[in-house]
Design a protein around this ligand. Structure first.
Ligand code: G3H
Ligand code: 13P
Ligand code: ZN
Length: 332
């Protein structure tokens, strides 16, 4: 058993309380490799922003859980080296799907876990979430739960509205589970194809898709039911068209990729939404950089040359999100 406190990490409790009071959101960036982690820590250290490092089950399988844990521990020391005296870094399990996985992360030094039982029937979601909360809280590890189902392009159900979080359930859910934060569904979704072309309109000038707005009325109703309770938005990449265009211009194929407009995330950040999850944008930045270097210099074969540029692209992206979208700069 390793406590995250020994590793210099923090849980989300204080981060979220301050973010709600201050009208900003904490960035939750996924990482799977060294370059992503370096870029996240550099961006957070330079902007003095609290940050949540997210590890998915897929990341654990890809990079090895032991290595990831030590990388996160190393990240705290790296942040200090960069001149960030008291780094506010949380190590969080993203989309944990079982009690065993969550327990293993708690035992292994994570400071926060998500139990995503949102696809289960309501009572089963409550039972599993409560089991994780009861375990995690013994070690002061915070727990994110999810209520409602994020729509996706694979979604066969025609009305996305039917998957939104039901405001009338949130008080019962939060009270009975004891969760520390709640991920909700108000129209965001995972990946680079958040909406089908049919769900969007098209800008007549650029031909680009314009997505439907997030359901701020549902968010307002949830906040009315649970005043001051930390709310989380998953699937919040904006899918920057500059990266999509670069990728497409250099041999890639991402037709009609579309994300959540940043103005809407800016608006959400000022509310009780205090954690915003971004993964796909970093993947796009990385891929755009690699394609650019390899297209412009076909003879390049040193991975440091293209992964280094990818790291620079991601660092710029993270700083932009922190400063211009979430407003968490200077808050750590
Ligand atoms: O919400 C999902 C995250 O983007 C992680 O994705 O499961 O492919 O690592 P992954
Ligand atoms: P994106 O795919 O929009 O980046 O969402 C990431 C996420 O929600 C991770 O949990
Ligand atoms: Zn997610």
């Amino acid at each position: 058993m390793v406590s995250y406190k020994e590793l210099g990490l923090v849980n989300t409790r204080e981060m979220f309380a301050k973010a709600i009071k201050g009208g900003y959101a904490i960035p939750a960036f996924n990482f799977n490799n060294m370059e992503q982690l370096q870029a996240i820590i550099k961006a957070a250290a330079e902007t003095k922003s609290p940050v949540i490092l997210q590890v998915s089950k897929g990341a654990r399988n890809y990079a090895n859980q032991t290595l990831l844990r030590y990388m996160a521990q190393g990240a705290v020391e790296y942040a200090k080296e960069l001149g960030w005296e008291k780094p506010q870094i949380c190590l969080h399990l993203d989309h944990g799907d079982s009690f065993e996985l969550c327990k293993s992360c708690v035992d292994f030094g994570f400071s926060s876990v998500m139990i995503d039982a949102s696809s289960l029937p309501y009572e089963e979601n409550i039972a599993l979430t409560k089991k994780v909360v009861d375990y995690a809280h013994q070690y002061d590890v915070t727990v994110e739960a999810e209520l409602g189902v994020l729509a996706g392009v694979e979604d066969e159900v025609s009305s996305a509205v039917s998957h939104y979080t039901k405001p009338e359930e949130v008080v019962d859910f939060a009270t009975r589970t004891g969760c520390d934060s709640l991920a909700i569904s108000i129209g965001t979704s995972h990946g680079a194809y958040k909406f089908t072309p049919e769900q969007c309109t098209r800008d007549p000038k650029t031909g680009k898709l314009v997505p439907p707005p997030l359901a701020f009325d549902v968010l307002d109703a949830i906040m009315e039911q649970l005043p001051g309770f930390p709310i989380v938005l998953h699937g919040s990449s904006s899918v920057p068209q500059e990266y999509v265009d670069m990728i497409n211009a250099m041999g890639g194929k991402l037709p009609d990729a579309v994300g959540i407009p940043e103005e809407q995330l800016r608006k959400a950040s000022k509310s009780a939404v205090c954690k915003i999850n971004i993964d796909s944008d970093s993947r796009l930045a990385f891929t755009a950089a690699v394609r650019k270097v390899l297209t412009e210099k076909p003879g390049e074969f040193d991975p440091r040359k293209y992964c280094g540029v990818a790291r620079d692209f991601m660092e710029e992206l993270y700083k932009h999100k922190i400063i211009n979208v979430l407003g968490s700069d200077g808050k750590a």
